[in-house]
Design a binder for this molecule. Structure first.
Ligand code: LLP
Length: 428
């Protein structure tokens, strides 16, 4: 029997009116593990990765999963076993990579505010490259490395000043963002880096934003980066790799981002045309590897009709799914069961139990729901659990990884006791 999968979610599909993740009905998982519950499809992650791997076939390339998108150990393990490296932004993320079996030499360390202790930790682990974001950071990193008798491998994150046409909070490559160094300062800063004894310049890095659904900003950014590669190498500073960041969008709501392999065909054509086809390529995709590989299953607690608005109150909230509150982001909300006695259809704001008006998950959604029904919040694999909080002393949800017929619990539901473990009362 064929299963009509949901748009953008090839491994989540209805069969006989029940929504499945791979071969498992989500309602069975909710019955066993409770809600809210994150459910991930391993096949979906691997097929998203395969699109990049196809794009890079025959090239010297390293895919570094930007683990801020979802840093749960069971997810990292999938990517580590598939040969990925990791883009990290903290010492804590490095600890997670190592705990999940990732290889330190495939780790790149991004971020504008690395602490000396984190630099030491990363140098001790033997990571592949530091993506340095300011001149001041270069000086500190060189000093830290020299103090350890080492040279730190670095690339400098340059800001190509192109508009990625995405939400202002997640665009990073514009002049006024805090990230990277200005395109016009880059050559001077590369010269400075090359003069520092504790550093070894190995590459160039750029990342222009997130949830990018148009190829144009990528193509423009690549032109700008390649111009700099030419200028830096002409100044006698060889660059072994080009790191082109992440940012490729996913289909949340009729979005039509380019496929990873098609996009890279265009980008590689530019690289080849400039004669840089032999350089090592690195990328840092996050959302596009995991976003549509996960859903959050939640139960309807109450349906609350109002004069102007109807509310559908569910047991997931902004602490589990922060993106709507933070970015007015859209996540599709679909029923787990379409068969059975239908409730009357109505338009609802889908909201959580948190005491904030900003605690909403979807607005003006047409749903046929009653208390006790379960729904899936789609596209919840990226920037949901990794941004989850304990606000209102809500425990973080459980997470399951589905692999065909197998169900793996990769995070048990957090208890109040777990949350209070780090705290203590003041002794009299
Ligand atoms: N590399 C760097 C240096 C980054 O800053 C980011 C994301 C990535 C790679 C991965 O980007 P991706 O492929 O996932 O777009 N919380 C926001 C997204 C913040 C992205 C931050 N940087 C959201 O939920 O939309």
């Amino acid at each position: 029997m064929t299963r009509p999968s949901l748009p953008g979610h090839p491994h989540f599909a209805y069969l006989d009116g029940a929504l499945f993740a791979e071969n498992i009905p989500l309602r069975d998982l909710a019955a066993t593990h409770g809600t809210p519950l994150f459910v991930y499809s391993k096949a979906s992650m691997l097929s998203a990765l395969a699109a990049y791997q196809r794009g890079f076939a025959g090239r010297d390339a390293q895919i570094c999963y930007a683990m801020k998108a979802n840093s749960s150990l069971g997810i990292l393990q999938v990517f580590a076993r598939a040969g990925c490296g990791f883009d990290i932004v903290s010492g804590g993320e490095l600890d997670r990579v190592l705990a999940a079996g990732g290889e330190p030499r495939k780790v790149i360390f991004s971020g504008v505010g690395k602490r000396r202790s984190e630099m030491r930790q990363a140098l001790n682990a033997g990571i592949g490259c530091f993506n340095v974001e300011s001149e001041a950071e270069l000086d500190v990193l060189s000093e830290v490395a020299l103090g350890m008798g080492l040279r730190a491998p670095v690339s400098i994150r340059v800001n190509p000043d192109v508009d990625p046409k995405t939400h202002p909070y997640i665009s990073t490559g514009l002049k006024d963002n805090k990230f990277g160094v200005a395109h016009e300062d880059a050559l001077r800063i590369y010269r400075h880096a090359a003069s520092l004894k504790g550093l070894q310049v190995v590459g160039i890095d750029c990342h222009i934003g997130s949830q990018i659904t148009d190829s144009t900003p990528y193509l423009d950014a690549m032109d700008r980066v390649l111009d700099l590669v030419a200028a830096i190498e002409a100044a006698g500073i060889p660059l072994a790799h080009i790191d082109f960041g992440g940012g490729l969008g996913i289909n949340y709501n009729d979005d039509t981002p380019p496929e990873a392999d098609a996009l890279w065909q265009q980008l590689l054509a530019k690289i080849d045309a400039r004669g840089y086809g032999n350089k090592k390529l690195m990328i840092e995709p996050g959302r596009s590897l995991v976003g549509n590989s996960g859903v959050c299953v939640t139960e309807v607690l109450y349906v609350k009709p109002g004069e102007h608005k109807n509310f559908c109150i569910v047991d997931a909230a902004m602490n589990d799914l922060p993106r709507p509150a933070m970015y007015q982001a859209f996540h599709a909300i679909v029923p787990l069961a379409t068969a059975g006695k239908p409730s009357a259809e109505a338009t609802y704001d889908v909201v959580g139990p948190i005491c904030e008006s900003g605690d909403w998950i979807g607005r003006d959604r047409v749903l046929s729901v009653a208390a006790g029904d379960q729904v899936a919040v789609m596209s919840a694999g990226a920037y949901c659990m990794s941004m989850a909080s304990n606000y209102n002393t809500r425990g973080r949800a459980a997470e399951l990884l589905i692999d065909g017929d197998a169900v793996h619990l990769i995070r048990r539901r957090e208890t109040a006791e777990d949350q209070m473990r780090q705290e203590q009362l003041v002794a009299d």
